[in-house]
Every structure is written in C-alpha cells, then in structure tokens.
Design a protein around this ligand. Sequence first.
Ligand code: GLU
Ligand code: ZN
Length: 473
Amino acid sequence: MPVVVRFAPSPTGFLHVGSAHSALANWLVARQSGGRFLLRIEDTDAERNRPELIENVLEMLRWLGLDWDGEPVHQSDRTDDHRRAALTMAEAGTAYWCDCTSDEVQARARERGGPPGYDGHCRDRGLAGGEGTALRFRVPDGRTAWTDLVRGEVGFDNAALEDFVLLRSNGTPVFLLANALDDAHMGITHVIRGEDHVNGTPKYLMILRALGRTEPVAFAHMPLLVNEGRKKLSKRRDDVSVADYRAEGIVPEAMVNYLSLLGWGPPDGVEVRSVAEITELYDIGQVNPSPAFFDRKKLLHVNGEWIRRLPVDDFVARAAGHLPVGDGPLRALVAIAPLVQERVRTLGEVAPMIDFLWLDDPVVDEAAWDKALVRGKAAREVLDAAIDELSSLARDDDGAAWSAESISGAVERVAATAGLVNAEGRPQMSKAQAPIRVAVTGRAVGPPLWESLAALGSSRTLARLTIARERLG
Ligand code: GLU
Ligand code: ZN
C-alpha cells in the first residue's frame, strides 16, 4: 500500500521549528517510500486563524525544500462534510444532543467533588438538535489503542474520557472531528505529528471507528522540542520561528540537517549530511520519544559546516542578502570571501566580520580596545613601529608592494622593534597582531590580518593606525 502522509499546519503563527520538525519527518517518510506528501491547511478556528500566515508557512516549506504533492487543501472547504458526518452519528446514536451550559456542567462537577468534565447528563434524554444544543460523542466502554511508530503500542482507557463535543451549540464542528475526517478523506496512511496530539488520538480513532471509516495504519507522535531548561520551546522565551533562523543566516541545508537530528541520528554517527543521504537513512521507528533539546549551539555548528561546503560563488551569493545594500559591502566580501567562509557560523556573521572594509569609521569593540591597546603589552610601540614599517611599504613601488605577504614581513619587523620576541629571539606575531587588528578593524576577531589589511588598502590602514595611536595618547 502506498504511503500517504500530510503536514497539517494551523495558520495561527509563523512556521515553528517544532512544526517544521514534524513536516520534515512526513516528507522523509514519503520520499523514502515513493509515497505522497500532502499539505492541508487547518483553518477552521475562525478566531485564531490568520490567513495571511499561510503564505509564510508555504514559503518556509519551500525554503526548506519540503515540496508537497498536489495543491494544498483547506480544511474550511469541507465544513459541510464534517457537519454531515456528525449528524450521521446523531442518527446512529453514537452521538447525542446536549443543552447543558458550561456553568451547569461545572456546577455538577463541583457537587460530585470528582474531576471536572462532562458527566453524561444528556446521554439518555433523547433531546433533538437545535438552537443552543451541542452534539456530544457517546464514548463507548473499552479501550482505544493504536500502533505508534515512535512510542510503541499506546492505549487509553475510554472511561477516562468524557463524552466530548463534536458540534458546538452554534453548529460548528470541533477541530478533532475535522482533523480525523480529513485524514480519512485524504487516505492518510501514517499520521506523523507532534506529541501534543497524543491525547486527542483516542477521540480521533473513536470518531472514525464510530463512522466505519478507514483509520490510518499507524501514527508517529514526534518528540516535543525543549530548550536548555528542559521547557517546551515557547514563542516568548525562545527563537522558534523558521523565518527568524533564515533571517539570521542559517542555510536551509543546515536547518533540515539539524532538524533531522532531533530525536534521531544516523546509525554511523556521521551527523552532517545531505538531505538525500538522510532520506536513505532515516528511520521513523528509531525516533526517540523523549523530549529533544533544541541546541542552538549545535545548529550553529552544523550551519558553519554547511557554509564551508558551499562553492565560494554560492557562498557570496547567499551572504550578499545579509549585507547592507550597495557596491562597497559586496566588493569587500568578494575580495576576501574564502577567508570569511572559513570563519562564520551564519551568513549574518559575515557583515560584522568585514564591515571595517567599507565603513568610514569602523565600529570599535571597546572591550577589545581595552584589552589589546590599553592593557596590551607595548601597544604604543607596536603602533608606532607599524605606522613606520607600513608607510614605507606603501611607498615602495608606488604601493604595488602592498600585499598580504609583504605586510606579514613588515609586522614581523614591528614585533622585533617593539621588543616582542620570545626566549629564542623569535618575533611574537600574535602579540604584535592584536593591537594592529583592533586599531584597524575595531575588533579582536576577524579574517586573517594580512589579507584584511591588503584588502583594506594602505591609505585607510595607515589612517586608522594613526587615529588609534592618537587616541591612545
Ligand atoms: N493543525 C494541527 C497543528 O497545527 C496539526 C494536527 C495534526 O497534525 O493532526 O497542531
Ligand atoms: Zn448535557
């Protein structure tokens, strides 16, 4: 039997990494089995629904490369069918009408002193439907169980479930009804979704069983994603939207790769790999049901690995979207791209690393300034000697001698002049580099210094060294 899966987002927010995690699992299962991956927009919650967010969800799926089969379907298009199915249950007696108000339900629960919830008050009252009556499902005795590819056999005792509402008193079908019926209608064979839906699954199954509809072969409830505090990722505390990661300069290859590693790992332990390889190796049956830590640091690491795998032209093209507009920034990047590509973890880190190449007044990291120039050993001597050596280099051959190699030679002489030599009399290059780097680029870290100064040019390098020396007094 061919596999049919679906991703069923509710357009109530930007695509969340937890949803993307489930979407990816669906996509992988479909693509590894030659099955179909369908998309259903669950847009029946009129209050929370924000249609303008559908486009964000689709755009993020496209960005991740999770292509779907056919056209997305909209749950709201089938509301009449959902209502009709509920009425069938009312006729068959598997559902009944109830006119209790929620105040009444609560008051009775208080009197009982038991758990809150509906007590079946109207089960045998034989009420007719109409204004102010809701339709409730008559939960049968017994157990409701299913095969969960992630959690094994899962079962609920039906006695723990109240007779839940199918149609609200205003006639609108509840989410669970629409959700279960649409899966049956679309021929979904495997329901792969977040673990927050486990508790709704018995109701989902009871509805389909009451209607004699074919139920999915299996479910897979994916682990919850949690932060370092082991708390569910939340919009308020954590970065949860895929769009934010894209804006930060995570590349889609890395995002997909990292999401695949949440709750799962390839058997050989090699984690950074292409989606094609992951598709071959992925095994939903091996997904760990315990909450998975969404580890930002690891995502950044995987992203850095992916950035380094890009051909340099591709890296430049993608990083360009994260630079300030204009020729200057792009030219600066092109001049030094391979060196930057080796050092960033996100595309967003590119601009601050090289902005000294296009800004007239580079941003100065005051902590770096203090460490390298105020408290640094022989900082004044280094700057004096650097101005001296680099000026003469700038004059040689009318500036043609200004190259990474000659600059490195000059800084070696600077170290010696400033007395920065070790016991064997060798120049201590990193001690000489630090004050020069901060004076010229404003920061303690960046691309290799020789190439940075070569790309910056002699006049701007010397001007910045001079200003820094004056500031130091
Ligand atoms: N629309 C539901 C959600 O966004 C998904 C339901 C499902 O996958 O069955 O949480
Ligand atoms: Zn009632």
